[in-house]
Design a binder for this molecule. Structure first.
Ligand SMILES: Cc1cc2nc3c(=O)[nH]c(=O)nc-3n(C[C@H](O)[C@H](O)[C@H](O)COP(=O)(O)OP(=O)(O)OC[C@H]3O[C@@H](n4cnc5c(N)ncnc54)[C@H](O)[C@@H]3O)c2cc1C
Length: 416
């Protein structure tokens, strides 16, 4: 093995593990990705397909503290907490509240802004190198408001985006109809973001990126990782069949399950939890959707995919083990039918996924304090697809021992 070439084991073949593998093999490292389910077979399979590079406003915000109590009153609304999970969630909620206070919120916007700039540059370059530019749609998004009060409440966030150089256009009347014909008249205004992108279908996109990584030598191993270990020369992982994989670096990209793997090996108590999200994918022809539509006040989006039309979002705080409640998918589909009269709602496929969510809306990027050869890359919450190539670049920087492409102090594993 040539000098500088490292053996790297990545745990987790979601979009973050895939993009990280791609960036590491491109640099000549020997990379094996281990996943118990398959490549892009869990959360990264069914998301809403947005490359939301302009989404720099953290979820943890003064605004959400104001909105959350109202949302929680509706059991099928944009935000819900499974009562039996509330005791386990308390530390996460406490950190979420602290991160929503004005000082921390401002700092989070600054970090998200630089992370998103890196994310866009890295993802678009990776897509080009992988030869899959045709899988990215450039038709923007349209956020919709049902009243002037709702539109005015959103203005502050748009002003912040404007300062960050993000282009958008507030629209009404015929311009709104032109961007999306057939909307319910309940929508009085909208904001069009031309730079917003979506992928043709999240799982095929992730698989295409994986093929690129494979062409550069990345290997896949279908297995469950039981624990992190050390051998004489470096880190290793113990698999469920009892065998061990040794490496120079182990990268934990296990999404919402990452905490379960690292907790036994660190004094850090990283407050990773999951925001469960739901959707329904309708067959092609359900509606002539021109671009992704965002219903911010209802906590869901509708995305045109090459395989149909995906309706969903919402946040359910309920941990990793409780069964899904697909009444949530149905509720969003019912609302979508009133928002888009004429939407054909039959023959949909329901899905639930586990967003890996940190209470301050920032991911975890960095080394485990107890063992700097174990790197952590998870916690992108609502934005894992969008930020995956940036996560890969930053992990590649850490492996190379060079200065990270952006300041990642706010994403340190020991920040809590
Ligand atoms: C409804 C919904 C809509 C969303 N929409 C968007 C969107 O439009 N744009 C966007 O950017 N993001 C979106 N997201 C968020 C995005 O999907 C996630 O942030 C992203 O998929 C997380 O990727 P990941 O690689 O970190 O985790 P995952 O995709 O969950 O991958 C982690 C992998 O680790 C594996 N694993 C875990 N533990 C072990 C173990 N012990 N051994 C072996 N393997 C293990 C799992 O099998 C899994 O495959 C959405 C999420 C949801 C739920």
């Amino acid at each position: 093995m040539s000098q500088g070439r490292k053996r790297i084991v990545i745990v987790g073949a979601g979009i973050v593990g895939i993009a990280t593998a791609a960036l590491l093999v491109e640099q000549g490292h020997a990379v094996t990705v281990i996943d118990r389910t398959g490549v892009a077979a869990e959360t990264s399979k069914g998301n809403a397909a947005a490359l939301a590079f302009s989404d720099i406003m953290p979820l943890a915000s003064p605004k959400i503290l104001f909105k959350a109590p109202k949302w929680l009153l509706d059991p099928l609304g944009p935000l819900s907490i499974r009562p039996s999970y509330l005791p386990s969630l308390t530390p996460w909620l406490w950190q979420f509240w602290k991160a929503s206070l004005p000082g921390r919120y401002e700092a989070s916007i600054a970090t998200q802004t630089s992370l998103m700039r890196l994310a866009e540059a890295e993802m678009m370059a990776l897509v080009d190198r992988a030869g899959i530019a045709g899988m990215v749609r450039h038709d923007g998004s349209l956020e919709l408001y049902e009243s002037d009060a709702e539109f005015n409440a959103a203005r502050n966030g748009w002003q912040r985006r404007e300062k960050a150089g993000i282009a958008f256009e507030h629209v009404r009347g015929s311009r709104m109809d032109e961007l999306q014909p057939g909307l319910s008249p309940r929508f009085v205004a909208g904001t069009f973001v031309p730079g917003w992108k979506t992928v043709s279908e999240p799982q095929s996109f992730a698989l295409a990126l994986w093929q690129h990584a494979e062409r550069h030598g990345a290997m896949f191993d279908k297995a469950e990782v039981r624990s992190l270990e050390r051998y004489e020369e470096g880190p290793s992982v113990r698999l469920a069949d009892g065998t061990r994989r040794e490496a120079d670096r182990v990268v934990i990209c296990a999404g919402a399950w990452s905490k379960r793997l690292i907790d036994p090996h660190t004094r850090l108590r990283i407050p990773l939890d999951t925001e469960r999200g739901y959707n329904t994918t309708l067959p092609p022809g359900a509606f002539d959707l021109k671009r992704q539509l965002i219903f911010g006040n209802h906590g869901f989006v509708i995305t045109p995919l090459e395989t149909g039309l995906r309706v969903g979002g919402a946040v359910e705080l309920g941990g990793l083990d409780l069964p899904p409640n697909y009444a949530r998918s149905k509720s969003m589909l019912d609302k979508a039918a009133t928002f888009l009269p004429g939407l054909k709602t039959s023959d949909g496929v329901e899905w639930m996924g586990f967003r890996p969510s940190m209470p301050d809306s920032l991911p975890v990027i960095g080394a485990l304090p107890e063992d700097p050869s174990v790197l952590l890359a998870f916690g992108n919450g609502h934005l894992g697809l969008t930020q995956s190539a940036a996560m890969g670049r930053l992990i590649a920087d850490l492996v190379a021992g060079t200065k990270p492409s952006i300041d990642i102090a706010a994403c340190r594993p020991d920040r809590f």
